[in-house]
Design a protein around this ligand. Sequence first.
Ligand code: SAM
Ligand code: SF4
Ligand code: SF4
Length: 337
Amino acid sequence: MSLIYRRRANQPSFTYVINDYMGEIKPFAKRIDNKLLILPLLILKTIEWSIYRWYKTPIRRFYGVKGNELIYMITKRCNERCAKCGIWKNPEPENEHIDISIFINCLKTLHENLYQVTLTGGEPLLFLNDVLKIADESRKYEIQLITVTNGVLITEDFLKKYAELDHILVISIDTLEKDKWIDFRGKNSYEKVMENINLSKKILGKNLQIQSVLADESISDIPQIKAFSKELEIKHVTQPYMDFGGVWNNVKTKNEKTNGFACAARKNICIYPNGDVVKCFDHHKIPLAKEPLGNISKEDIIQILCKKRSTEVSKIMKTCNFSCKQLSCNVPEIIYN
Ligand SMILES: C[S@@+](CC[C@H](N)C(=O)[O-])C[C@H]1O[C@@H](n2cnc3c(N)ncnc32)[C@H](O)[C@@H]1O
Ligand code: SF4
Ligand code: SF4
């Protein structure tokens, strides 16, 4: 199987090459402040892209200045029991949860390459103090932090500290109907989350966003959530239902797997609660990436990213075409900004 992927990576279609090129050049161009430098830097970037595109290289390569996103699944533990998601069914035991200092070291090492750190889970706010430590460290390096939460454990004190650091909080909701809520979430948390959305809006302002999952089960609820978000002037984002071990069904759309855009997962450096490093959380679909690339509690993150297999996996990702490429973390644009 890996041979098939390699062959595809070396013989991409014309559309893929164009999308791949644009996917790198556009965000790179946006980061150039000095207009006089745009042309020379784009030429250099194009040369770099061409070298990497057509020649195998074992050396470490990052995608321009601050081109990477560090995504930390801080825990698989969760206080909710969502039907759409199966992550809560496999909480990590205590000995498979790295100390926050290990992640902070990784962040320090990588900071020059990062434009964003994203915290997901499980429920990140089960580790509220650790989230604040990461928020603080990210601010020191002027890196945007996005924390994605189910909204239950938010406190006023947390919001005030988080607001001072000017980071983004994303609250996930898939219905506004009280009766459906318990079926969706497995817990009777409707009132608490609604109260916390209002409080978050008051304290975070434009740094609060709402995210919903589009599935057969939630499709009729999305317009209402969009209208609600609009009324409160909160940005709303939808992402398609994927197999996270849940029991929902995805909405059938035509050409679901062939939307023509290259997956942008290569910008991502993903860390599991035990410190394992992968390039996307769907890496098990790529035979060469079934095993993690390394573990930040045992090796330096740079050494892990310099491995030949890391480079090979990135190359395979250039033409990877599973539906998971549509997840917000795998699209080229920084959708949260
Ligand atoms: C896995 S959750 C972890 C963070 C937090 N517990 C929450 O629910 O927001 C991260 C995001 O993935 C979304 N999500 C959950 N199950 C999903 C699925 N099956 N397909 C796509 N997105 C999903 C959640 O709605 C949330 O916005
Ligand atoms: S979607 Fe989030 S809140 Fe729901 S079970 Fe999964 S991790 Fe927990
Ligand atoms: S399509 Fe899916 S498996 Fe392939 S690189 Fe993107 S996120 Fe990973």
